[in-house]
Design a protein around this ligand. Structure first.
Ligand code: FAD
Length: 288
């Protein structure tokens, strides 16, 4: 497998921001993945796992270590009642398959950017549903190349949390999903409605990483509402803006740097805390 160096990361993220990876690889098989991880271990490189780059902000400048893109690992196989999906398959590709085959359970994720692995890691959610509802098991490889299976209960899912967040040396290789059956027409209609709703809300008009902060559902405090109430909608630092149409999105209006976004995130956190006492928690993963 080829290890490349000095690969620009901005095009691999939905923010379209970020510097260069010191080293980069995109394994096309589980064996190649192991090869890359073992090489990193031998050389003492840090490893960063990249899915669709839709929840990541890479810093400007050199990102040290090996960035492993999962996007080429996207097989799909059915084994008894579990659909095993390669972590690198995009949610879009999976939704197209489900629409064609009449498989239900993922309609809520219509238009969700990123990969199946990223959604499993983040416990992505939308329209009152979340990934944990369909994940049955996950095949994992750790950085030493050891493979193991995790059952759903071992993932300890809760709002925007999975056990993977506490094990940065675990790579999600394959996700076992439990999907139901419905008519292709019904699946398509529901999936398309979610996609269209996102489009109408202007989610794709500017590069972003979606919601910057988690919502505090225990106190019924959507982060966007709090940010809006402190008057930060439309506030800009450099090319980064608190999105006019959704205050929990920080958008790249064209030439934003990671530094602009980081300073804006800090500004929002400070202002919200000063004016409301609420401590916002970041959803976007910052990698320096
Ligand atoms: C326009 C827009 C709308 C969005 N709407 C929503 C929404 O409604 N709901 C929501 O929850 N999110 C939303 N997001 C955020 C994002 O799409 C999700 O969090 C998505 O699931 C991230 O997947 P990804 O593959 O892009 O992950 P990445 O951004 O590549 O990675 C995110 C994290 O997961 C880790 N990771 C990724 N793949 C693996 C793997 N195979 N093994 C181990 N770790 C891995 C990375 O290291 C990183 O820490 C939105 C983003 C955008 C740009």
């Amino acid at each position: 497998m080829t290890i490349q160096s000095h690969i620009p990361l901005a095009p691999l993220t939905t923010f379209r921001i970020g510097g260069e990876a010191e080293f980069f690889c995109e394994p096309r098989s589980v064996e190649e993945l192991r090869e890359g991880l073992l090489l990193a271990q031998e050389k003492g490189w840090r490893v960063i796992i990249l899915g669709g780059g839709s929840n990541i902000l890479f810093a400007d400048g050199l990102i040290q270590g090996l960035v492993v893109s999962m996007r080429a690992l996207k097989g799909l196989r059915e084994e008894s009642d579990i659909l095993w999906v390669g972590a690198g398959m995009s949610m879009d590709e999976l939704n197209s398959w489900a629409e064609k085959e009449g498989r239900s359970g993922l309609e809520w994720s219509g238009g969700l950017p990123g990969t199946v692995g990223g959604a499993t890691y983040m416990n992505a959610r939308a329209y009152q549903h979340e990934m944990s509802e369909v994940v049955k098991a996950v095949r994992v490889m750790d950085f030493s190349g050891r493979e193991f299976l995790l059952q759903r209960e071992e993932i300890h899912y809760r709002y925007k949390y999975s056990v993977f967040m506490d094990h940065e040396d675990w790579v999600i290789v394959e996700v076992g999903l439990g999907l139901g059956f419905a008519s292709p027409e019904e699946v398509r209609t529901k999936t398309e409605a979610c996609r269209k709703d996102r489009e109408e809300k202007g989610q794709y008009l500017y590069p972003s990483a979606g919601c910057a902060f988690k919502n505090d559902y225990s106190r019924n405090l959507p982060a966007g509402k709090v940010i809006d109430e402190v008057g930060l909608k439309g506030f800009r630092i450099g090319g980064a803006e608190v999105y006019q149409r959704h205050a929990n999105f920080i958008v790249n209006t064209g030439k934003a740097t990671a530094d602009d976004v980081l300073r804006l995130l800090e500004k929002v956190e400070e202002e919200v805390y000063k004016k409301t006492g609420v401590r916002l928690e970041r959803e976007v993963r910052v990698i320096k």
